[in-house]
Design a protein around this ligand. Sequence first.
Ligand SMILES: CC(C)(COP(=O)(O)OP(=O)(O)OC[C@H]1O[C@@H](n2cnc3c(N)ncnc32)[C@H](O)[C@@H]1OP(=O)(O)O)[C@@H](O)C(=O)NCCC(=O)NCCS
Length: 173
Amino acid sequence: MNIPHHPEVTLAPRPVRESQSEMAEIVLPNDANPLNALLGGRLMHWIDLAGALAAHRHSRNYVVTASIDHLDFLVPVRVGDLIILRSSVNRAFRTSMEIGVKVWVENYIAASRQHVSSAYLTFVAIDRHGRNLPVPPVIPESDEEKRRYEDAARRREIRQAERSRRETQAAPR
Ligand SMILES: CC(C)(COP(=O)(O)OP(=O)(O)OC[C@H]1O[C@@H](n2cnc3c(N)ncnc32)[C@H](O)[C@@H]1OP(=O)(O)O)[C@@H](O)C(=O)NCCC(=O)NCCS
């Protein structure tokens, strides 16, 4: 796709910390199944929103979710638990960004915290007409940010290879 020139978009590189985001949700009965356990779909929705926060802040534009990688739910979450979601830009490419979201459940009565899930999402920046827009590079500063930055390039290669494989399979013979 051609990338239109948008003078209002600033492409100066930005550190990861500038767009790092945190979201908190208390699990209510409407978020749960009849056994009072959080629905996986509800958590996926929150992961998407938490990821979009960092993507919006980094790109300073509208974004759409292009993909969500594999998701595991490691521990059950109950009604009344507090869910904490942290998101950050692992790497920005041309118009897309890989965002990492890590989720914990906090039981404030027992003062305990457990890792619930981690996800990698790809968001694409778009304008109000739905045209893709370039995004600024991200500057990883800490050792962990640098590791995520390197890993994100490898994951992108895997995603691209997988997409090409699917497109080849879907092509009419
Ligand atoms: C995602 C979307 C914007 C891609 O646009 P496109 O013009 O088809 O894609 P292009 O081939 O030009 O790729 C644009 C970028 O998206 C990335 N991309 C496209 N599909 C992707 C996918 N399935 N997973 C990860 N990245 C993807 C490309 O790698 C590229 O990144 P880059 O510019 O940083 O190199 C488009 O498919 C779309 O609008 N999808 C619907 C999104 C939506 O509505 N999401 C909400 C959930 S329904």
